[in-house]
Design a protein around this ligand. Structure first.
Ligand code: M3P
Ligand code: FE
Length: 311
């Protein structure tokens, strides 16, 4: 197996201001499948191409944002090794018991220098999916329900100490840097697209004074055409759109940024570069992010909300 260590984004717990409204958005409009609710009232969901029990967890709270982001690793031995490595790098870690999240084994959680709670886990129940496993026709109506993303794909997080985050992810957690943006007139990397696989990215960071902020949670669509279909569904459901449909120059993914009812930004995303650890990262300047079309190829500008609206 070529892909080892940290395998993929596994889950993200999102805070919503009203649970029913949040469930309506993520289950009925986005079209994710609800796979469980736990004793504390959290709601578990996933996309139609996911085989793990869940990827999205909704928790009702007084403020929007992200509680934690979890990565699946390849074994309990890797989990224990990365736990030691993260400690040796200088972070405190916490073991969260199996079963705290439904159908999920022990998790190792730590706060990274940007102020985000990141966790690793090795075990989550494979719950199968209708497509291709139970239904030999390879079709399930879930593939057309609502906006119908295939999976939770990545998140973009805002916070300080992005240089330290880069060191931790590349030198401890085994990620590679796929693309980055330098701050105006410097060679300081102010935005990072990091990858543990060969997708365009698995997690991204933008430098920001306030720690622990969520810019967006991204959902992978089967095609860019499906991103346009998502725009129709957003319009029909009065979802407030931030940017798009357009294409990002950075990652080259087709995209819409829009807001859930609590003000958390989400993205419907498709296509994009593939990346490999031996390739030098793609370097963008600050001007490239804006006028160069890094953020928005069609409009070639740095939208004001991109740097200012986070939860
Ligand atoms: C992404 C993302 C930007 C390119 C972004 C690509 C923001 O998938 O994180 O939204 O320039
Ligand atoms: Fe994104």
């Amino acid at each position: 197996m070529a892909l080892t260590g940290v395998l993929r984004p596994g889950h993200i717990q999102i805070r919503v201001l009203d649970l029913d409204e949040g469930v309506h958005h993520y289950r009925d409009v986005l079209g994710l499948e609800e796979t469980g609710r736990d004793a504390s009232g959290r709601v578990y969901l996933r996309g139609w191409d996911e085989r793990d029990h869940h990827s999205i967890i909704l928790r009702q709270a007084d403020r929007a944002g992200m509680d934690f982001f979890g990565f699946k690793v390849d074994s309990e031995a890797t989990l224990a090794k990365l736990e030691r490595d993260v400690q040796a790098w200088g972070l405190k870690t916490e073991r969260i018991p199996a079963g705290d999240l439904l159908e999920t084994g022990e998790r190792v959680r730590f706060e990274i220098p940007s102020g985000h709670q990141i966790e690793l886990y090795a075990t989550k129940t494979f719950a199968g999916c209708d497509r291709g496993e139970k239904d030999p026709s390879h079709y399930s109506p879930k593939m057309d329900k609502g906006i119908a993303p295939m999976r939770f794909d990545h998140a973009l997080l805002y916070g300080p100490n992005v240089d330290k985050v880069l060191d931790l992810f590349t030198n401890v957690l085994g990620f590679h840097l796929a693309e980055y943006v330098t701050l105006p007139d410097t060679d300081i990397k102010g935005a990072l697209w990091l990858c543990c696989s060969n997708k365009a990215h698995d997690i991204a960071f933008v430098i920001h004074p306030e720690p622990g902020k969520l810019h967006h949670v991204s959902f992978y669509m089967e095609s860019v055409e499906r991103v346009f279909r998502a725009a129709d569904i957003m319009a029909a459901n009065d979802i407030k759109v931030d940017i798009g449909p357009t294409r990002h120059g950075i990652t080259r993914g087709g995209t819409i940024y829009a807001w859930d009812p609590s003000g958390n930004r989400f993205e419907t995303y498709s296509g994009g570069n593939s990346s490999y650890p031996d390739l030098p990262p793609i370097a963008w300047t600050w001007e490239g992010l804006g006028e160069g079309g890094g953020l928005d190829v069609a409009h070639r500008k740095l939208h004001e909300t991109f740097l200012t609206v986070v939860t």
